[in-house]
Design a protein around this ligand. Sequence first.
Ligand code: MLT
Length: 395
Amino acid sequence: MKINENYLQLQDSYLFSTIAKKVVDYTKANKDAQVIRLGIGDVTRPLVPTVVKAMEKAVLEMGDALTFKGYGEEQGYAFLRQAVAVYYAKKNIFLDKDEIFISDGAKSDVGNLLDIMAKENTVLIPNPVYPVYVDTNIMQGRKIQYMNGNAQNNFLPLPDEKVSADIIYLCSPNNPTGAVYNKDQLKQWVDYALAQEAIILFDAAYEVFIGEDSLPSSIYQIPRAKECAIELCSLSKTAGFTGTRCGYTVVPKQLIRQGIQLNKLWLRRQTTKFNGVPYVVQRGAEAVFSAEGLEECSENIAYYMENASLIAQTLDELGIWYTGGRNAPYIWLKCPDGMSSWEYFDYLLENLSLVGTPGAGFGANGEGYFRLTAFGKREDVVEAMKRLKKSVDKK
Ligand code: MLT
């Protein structure tokens, strides 16, 4: 048996596993340290009451012979796909429920979608960005081209007509920089993809954090995007589902390549390789989209965005350059004193017991930058900012 040698091209471990290991080593060596984690974007607010109630009810149904459910539809129960369709309709985006596929979160489908795309496709990936796009393509041996995000373009690279691509990844609001494409910029991407007959994989996992009405929260708000884009979304950050696992992927029926609807291929892939998200979780997810659920979740979003403001305020006071934190839960800052990303990571961990994410982990253009998440507990964010201010005052 021969291994998939593409795996040997990957870095030894996934970014967030490397960080977790460093933190474990640090806590072992410093038993009294009060470590504050603003690294991985993991939520801290619990599931909202409306979701908990719906899941409790679903558990009881599963324990009763009359309402028990075995295998469900691989693409998700119709009740949840309908709820997602209604959510989109409020944005004036009209989807057939067969265009919506329920997943266990955006991360899985980001990788799985590559199953229906040929190996010889050329991939265009922003740099810096969520490392899963790069790693999943390396695993399959695809040729990757990078588009540069930097302070000059506000970390929002735009299409370059001289570059040809088949698969384009966009993440807006962006992880890690928090940058958000406006409608005009997104239209440039849609026009480019249509001209190239390429496909955009649009990661909208952070759409709910967009506070400005003029900014697009779905690529389908751009004319003709259904002919060139697949949208991935997740309830992880929207509704605190990082541990519960549920998301959705939209594959429009108008998306046709070589005369074949990608929707059909994706359905074929899912029915073969996926048995769906648990019924109890899907009932919880349905409750997220109810009026009460949306209202309760929006309180949690406001809580995180208040954290983001506290972090931004501190960086303003300290004169540290940053972006993000306004329509996104991430703050992307320039490492002070010319430190590299990993030097600053070590400095914060060893001196302040504070964990963040080194920008270099998101690609070469992230070098010299650092990401803080707004998903922490309020008291931790306040304490972290106190430590940061004190450390600068001491210098
Ligand atoms: C992150 O910290 O970038 C996210 O938590 C990663 C993810 O959503 O998988």
